[in-house]
Design a protein around this ligand. Structure first.
Ligand code: TMP
Length: 227
């Protein structure tokens, strides 16, 4: 992909809980805005009004949906997100930075779910997830994906600290409540994807200092997107 991808580019950030995606997205957006570019920051689930309601249902520990049900709810959120937020922004020529996208579904509802749920829920195959993702997303496939990688223990500790700081102690969502093993599977799933989609993924060591991580992202980003 040699062309200048700046206008209408779609960049996703992926990784386990507490890997620092949101901090890095804000840092990158600020730097790009200082250069006069229009940047839209978004996230999944919950980027639209309907998506907010879906997010609430999806993360509520009171529910334990079947894997396919869960997948369809995430995809419903994504379809609204693409049509109402991502596509209009890209058509305007804005650069879109998303906190979680297609790869989280492949990892959480596919790779990690099948390992964690062995026997208890019928896992959805990677092929079905891929086909449905393509149907839902259409032209809005990310050009570049940053995987912020760190051990699950470190990410979860950071997520716990963040919850304490924001006063959200004791209300860990349905995913945060799961065991370390599950989060290690999530990490392995992302690394596996990055390995098979080397052209799109850039793996960043999320255990480094925040400013250092930002510099790594900036270097990759400017080489690839700003051309
Ligand atoms: P977060 O916005 O705090 O990262 O929480 C979103 C949670 O939803 C997170 O645990 C990952 C999960 N998730 C999926 O399981 N599948 C998906 O497709 C997406 C976008 C998120």
């Amino acid at each position: 992909m040699a062309e200048n991808l700046k206008q209408g580019s779609l960049i996703s950030f992926e990784g386990i809980e507490g890997c620092g995606k949101s901090t890095q997205i804000v840092m990158l957006a600020e730097r790009l805005r200082r250069q006069g570019l229009e940047v839209v920051i978004s996230r999944e689930p919950g980027a639209t009004a309907l998506g907010q309601e879906l997010r609430h249902l999806l993360l509520d520990p009171a529910h334990n949906p079947d894997a396919l049900t869960e997948l369809l709810l995430y995809l419903a959120d994504r379809r609204e997100h693409c049509l109402r937020v991502i596509r209009p922004a890209r058509i305007r020529g804005a650069l879109v930075l998303i906190d979680r996208f297609i790869d989280s579904t492949w990892v959480y509802q596919g790779f990690a779910a099948s390992a964690a749920d062995a026997g208890s829920r019928e896992a959805v195959s990677a092929k079905i997830i891929d086909n449905l993702n393509r149907l839902v997303v259409g032209p809005d496939w990310p050009q570049l994906t940053f995987l912020l990688d760190c051990p699950a223990r470190i990410g979860l500790e950071r997520a716990r600290r963040r919850n304490q700081e924001t006063g959200a102690v004791g209300i860990a969502d349905r995913f945060e409540q799961r065991h370390l093993d599950f989060h290690e599977q999530v990490r392995a799933g992302f690394l596996h994807l990055a390995e098979i989609e080397r052209e799109r993924f850039r793996v960043i060591d999320a255990q480094q200092e925040i400013d250092y991580i930002h510099d790594c992202i900036w270097q990759e980003f400017s080489g690839r997107i700003l051309g």
